[in-house]
Design a protein. Structure first.
Length: 333
């Protein structure tokens, strides 16, 4: 079968190639999915660049892409909750061949049924970004109705879902974006939009319960200026906290170095009796099923910026890597 493969660490133009590889064989707990659509995330080009090699080395050639929507063509002996012919979506595990391929294997526990009311393209736009929004806002921040949440980069793949999920949870949502995307985030339900090209968000928001930091850098530390006493700062791009360092299995010395790097953040959190968490999203079928249900009920709508053909996947990654996507970039197979 054809698959887009990473051939080495490097940039998008020189380190990717379409290859003919063997169709995956599945274990007893997995499904084989014929891919109808996939979507891409900054994670994909960051892995390619080698951003995560300190945590996890990969051997080449290695597949790329984690999000899939498609049709089940085989099931493992222990799989009881899916059958051949089901339409499904998944954020597949990192050890598996990527989703920019004709077929992918997925653990059944990482997979959810695709509602008929949404297309394969819409379904493929959900997994990684949707689970990130879910795990950040629901699992970690425990965002409640009536609370104020600041979501950075509301027009991005994660942000467009996070705004809608936070509104569904009953929160007051403020978000940052640039001038061309102001109308988009308003339509998604944002109550307060801060155009970062024209205004300093630090002057516009204060006493917020939660900051969902998708930006990292100075945004992480600055989050403590806008939260109230006892607030929560949840980041997907900030300094690694000790919980994540332990989850990643890092040794004591590396954990010590990381805790020194995060010292200003820890101190800022302590001053406000606030919570700080940096997390890496994880595959989760039941959470994906809850998200898919929200799309089925139109509580969340897929925001698809661009759709590319399978053979245009490298161009799709180049576009995404510019950092200007409005919602998700999907690939139709
Ligand atoms: N830790 C994890 O598990 C995890 C999971 C998912 C994502 N992430 C990370 O989270 C980040 C966001 O992911 P994504 O999928 O949403 O990326 P994305 O779709 O590529 O984000 C693009 C969006 O970012 C906005 N943006 C860029 N600079 C901005 C700024 N200074 N202020 C406000 N908005 C800005 C852009 O809007 P404008 O054009 O208007 O600037 C654009 O709409 C990435 O770095 C990704 O790697 C981490």
């Amino acid at each position: 079968m054809q698959a887009l493969m990473m051939t080495k660490y490097g940039d998008i133009t020189s380190s990717l190639a379409f290859q003919n590889i063997t169709k995956p064989t599945i274990s007893t707990t997995q499904l084989l999915i014929e891919v109808h659509a996939s979507s891409i995330n900054p994670f994909d080009y960051k892995v390619l660049k080698g951003d995560f090699k300190a945590f996890k080395k990969i051997t080449f050639p290695h597949g790329i892409g984690r999000d899939v929507s498609g049709v089940v063509t085989e099931i493992g002996d222990e799989v009881t909750n899916f059958k051949v012919g089901d339409t499904v979506l998944s954020r597949i595990g990192e050890q598996l061949v990527g989703t920019i391929a004709q077929y992918v294997a997925s653990e059944a526990k990482h997979t959810a049924l695709k509602p008929d009311q949404i297309t394969h393209q819409e379904a493929a736009s959900i997994p990684l970004a949707g689970l990130t929004a879910w795990q950040g806002l629901v699992t970690i921040a425990n965002l409640k109705a009536g609370e104020k949440v600041l979501i950075h980069a509301g027009s991005g793949g994660v942000g467009t879902i996070a705004i809608q999920l936070a509104k569904h949870l009953g929160a007051f949502v403020a978000t940052t974006t640039s001038t061309p995307n102001v109308d988009l985030v308003k339509k998604l339900g944002a109550d307060q939009v801060i155009d970062y090209k024209k205004e300093d968000y630090l002057q516009q928001v204060n006493s917020f319960g939660v900051v969902f930091d998708t930006m990292g850098g100075e945004h992480t530390l600055d989050a403590f200026k806008v939260i109230k006493e006892g607030g929560r700062v949840v980041s997907v791009n900030g300094e690694v906290d000790d919980i994540l360092a332990r989850e990643l299995g890092l040794n004591f010395i590396i954990r010590k170095i990381l805790s020194l790097k995060a010292k200003k953040i820890t101190q800022a959190a302590a001053k406000k009796t606030a919570m700080y968490r940096m997390f890496m999203m994880s595959s989760n079928g039941p959470q994906l099923a809850e998200l898919a249900d929200l799309y089925m009920q139109n509580k969340i709508q897929a925001v698809i910026d661009r759709s590319y053909g399978f053979t245009e996947s490298i161009e799709a990654l180049e576009y995404l890597s510019k950092g200007r996507a409005k919602g998700k970039v999907v690939i139709t197979h």
